[in-house]
Design a protein around this ligand. Structure first.
Ligand code: SF4
Length: 678
């Protein structure tokens, strides 16, 4: 699409695709006037988009042209964290960076370089292409990208080899929809109309979420579980399904391994025990179990809320095991949806000719420890792109202390002046997805799209793949024949895929491509586990060995008498992780149940201190009766300007790791709240 207004050739509409960290991968229609993007709406190239998008991306022009946009390369002049810079040319900036890289690599200290990136764009061209080539050839430390989806990814891979999930439009065929740890009203909004349509057709709805979200308020069963207790709830369901005779033993015998061991591990989880742990009624657990066992088709939308705690990987594994144990596959609208990010057989890393990489691995959730040398290694050069760790990574105080190190050379490559960018020694302006080529995939929507630039990049900003290719040359690690341009990289990625030609045929017509050409596969009819023998592995040995208590081993709540309240930090309708946090400058309150507030002498609007042994957040209180007693809330993705002391929820989050996958335990933060001042 490129519709030009004949009376004003500089006014036109063009097509794009959203690669931001959201399941839906919307197809976009972008209006451009005089070289500037003036509005963004949805198109129908990706059928799931249905012509509308979220309010977040509708505001993207403010982000593109706002005061925080980084327009030129800059070099630090002030203290670390002050955000004071002087202008530099690209030549100067890249030469400074490349010289540092060469120096470290030539001394055998390549692993003192730490590349740090996550999810600022899920496009194939902006991460894991020329960046991976650069850092692998320098022998840099490897980053374990674990801040989100690592435990659930490990579970989905272990049980099913990341089998593609139920397509969102197929939810209308379900008679029971289970939303577990997911709130599509604010993230992945295109699932909502399909849920509502299924409800109109008579489907039941079960929501497992500590909060009474919009969909939870209209559910047939809402289980407001204590954060970290989802595993107990899922195992209690399994126990009942096995013991009541509702398990599909025929399916299990033919398609699953580890059945007896799994049954044994669930056996001690009575409804009473799970109800006690989760803070819900045993009666509601039984109601849910009966509904699930008796309803066909039944689909589970498993989100990422349940993975963010010490039991997170096991919880996701137990939830994903439900359709296998209860025999819910093989019918349209039955099964589960987790992440579909691996639905295509595309491998950007190999296509970009990254070297095999065996240096030390740094878990991104322990960035603070890595920067402070607490993990035994040393980081001298930190290169941050597609992410904002000062705002998003656990133990914010430690991360900020690490970023403040005078002897740390930090490069930040970002479209806007993030909290992390303020700590940069060299700041590089990155082009956004609307200003460059991209190959965008969904991880909810089963779709791949190609996006061309809708407008010229603001200032001197440049695309990721271009800058990393340039750095490869300057650092002396480029090789003849390396694909460098967007065109070369795209061709290289598609050429290596079995489906490459079919995908290219669709993309070259401006259409969306679907894995295997099928936008809505049925599990165990069109798609099967990608595991040995195509079996569901209910107790994968590698996960069992990795989990401290073994897979499905429950670790109790970390609350103490001093810090009894569970702090959660869920996604909101304002930011995509921390992307677009620049647009939300107002102070953000702590949400607290009226009963918890009263006990502490706190009234609505009072100044409060939220604290634990790790740090404190100073803000106002807002009473919220839709939270369970004992749970408080600060939103995910806040920038530091959102609170009085420039600390966000991550200041209170431990840098402990989930049972499998090395994930972040955001919902294991336990805190106390007190009123401040008169
Ligand atoms: S953030 Fe999600 S809903 Fe919003 S435009 Fe992007 S893909 Fe669509």
């Amino acid at each position: 699409m490129a519709a030009t207004n004949p009376e004003s050739p500089s006014t036109f509409r063009t097509a794009s695709a959203c690669p931001l960290d959201c399941p839906d991968a919307c197809s976009l229609e972008v209006s451009v006037e005089g070289g500037r993007i003036v509005s963004i709406g949805g198109s129908r190239v990706n059928p799931l988009t249905e012509g509308y998008i979220c309010a977040k991306v509708r505001r993207f022009p403010e982000h593109l042209y706002g005061p925080d946009r980084v327009r030129v390369p800059q070099i630090r002049t002030g203290k670390k964290g002050e955000g004071q810079f002087r202008r530099a040319s690209w030549e100067q900036a890249l030469d400074v960076i490349a010289a540092r890289m060469r120096q470290l690599a030539s001394r055998g200290h390549g692993d003192r370089i730490l590349p740090f990136s996550y999810g600022g764009s899920n496009g194939y061209l902006s991460q894991d292409t020329t960046d991976a080539r650069l850092f692998s050839r320098l022998g840099a430390s490897r980053l374990a990208r674990t801040v989100c989806a690592a435990p659930s990814g490990a579970a989905a891979d272990g049980l099913y080899g990341k089998m593609p999930g139920v397509a969102f439009p197929d939810y209308v065929h379900a008679r029971l929809i289970v939303l577990w740890g997911v709130n599509p009203s604010v993230s992945g909004i295109h699932l909502v109309p399909h849920i509502l349509e299924a409800r109109r057709r008579g489907a039941k709805l079960v929501v497992i979420d500590p909060r009474r979200t919009r969909l939870a308020a209209q559910a047939d069963v809402h289980l407001p579980v204590r954060p970290g207790s989802d595993l107990a709830v899922a195992l209690a369901l399994h126990r009942w399904i096995f013991e009541s005779g509702a398990a599909d033993e025929t399916f299990l015998a033919e398609h699953a391994t580890g059945v007896d061991e799994f049954r044994r591990r669930a056996a001690s989880w009575t409804f009473a025990r799970a109800a006690e742990v989760a803070g819900v009624s045993a009666g509601d657990l039984e109601k849910f179990a009966r509904l699930y066992a008796e309803t066909e088709p039944a689909v589970v939308r498993c989100g990422w809320g349940l993975e963010r705690n010490r039991n997170g990987g096991s919880a996701v594994a137990a939830v994903l095991a439900l359709p296998a144990v209860a025999g819910k596959f093989g019918v349209r609208g039955g099964g589960y949806t987790m992440s579909n990010s691996k639905a295509f057989d595309l491998d950007a890393l190999s296509a970009a000719r990254a070297d095999a990489w065996t240096t030390r691995e740094v878990n991104m959730n322990r960035l603070g420890s890595a920067l402070l040398g607490e993990d035994g290694g040393r980081v001298e050069l930190l290169f941050v792109y597609n992410s904002n760790p000062a705002a998003t990574i656990p133990d914010q105080g430690k991360v900020l202390r690490g970023l403040s190190r005078e002897d740390l050379f930090t490069v930040v490559f970002d479209p806007v002046l993030t909290d992390t960018a303020r700590y940069a020694d060299v700041l590089l302006p990155a082009a956004t997805f609307l200003e460059r080529e991209e190959l965008s995939r969904g991880y909810g929507a089963l779709v791949l799209q190609r996006a061309r630039p809708a407008a010229e990049p603001v200032g001197e900003s440049r695309p990721n793949h271009e800058v990393f290719a340039d750095l490869c040359r300057r650092a002396g690690v480029a090789r003849d024949g390396d694909p460098e341009t967007a065109e070369e990289l795209t061709r290289s990625i598609l050429d290596a895929s079995r489906e490459g030609q079919a995908i290219e045929a669709r993309l070259s017509q401006g259409a969306a491509a679907f894995p295997g050409g099928n936008p809505a596969p049925v599990q165990f009819v069109d798609v099967f586990p990608r595991t040995p023998g195509a079996k569901v592995r209910l107790v994968p040995e590698e996960l069992d060995a990795a989990a401290p208590e073994g897979l499905y081993g429950f670790r109790p709540d970390p609350a103490t008498a001093a810090f009894p309240l569970a702090l959660i930090s869920p996604a909101t309708d304002r930011t995509i992780s921390s992307t677009l946090g620049d647009l939300h400058r107002g102070p953000v309150p702590l949400e607290i149940h009226p009963q918890d507030a009263r006990r502490r002498g706190i009234s609505d609007g009072d100044a409060v201190r939220v604290f634990n042994e790790r740090g404190e957040v100073l803000c106002r209180a807002r009473s919220n009766a839709t939270l369970p007693v004992g749970v408080v809330l600060l939103p995910k993705g806040l920038w530091r300007h959102a609170t009085e002391n420039r600390a966000t929820a991550t200041a209170l989050v431990p840098d402990s790791l989930t049972d499998i996958g090395g994930g972040a335990c955001f919902n294991d933060a336990r805190v106390e709240v007190e009123r401040r001042g008169p």
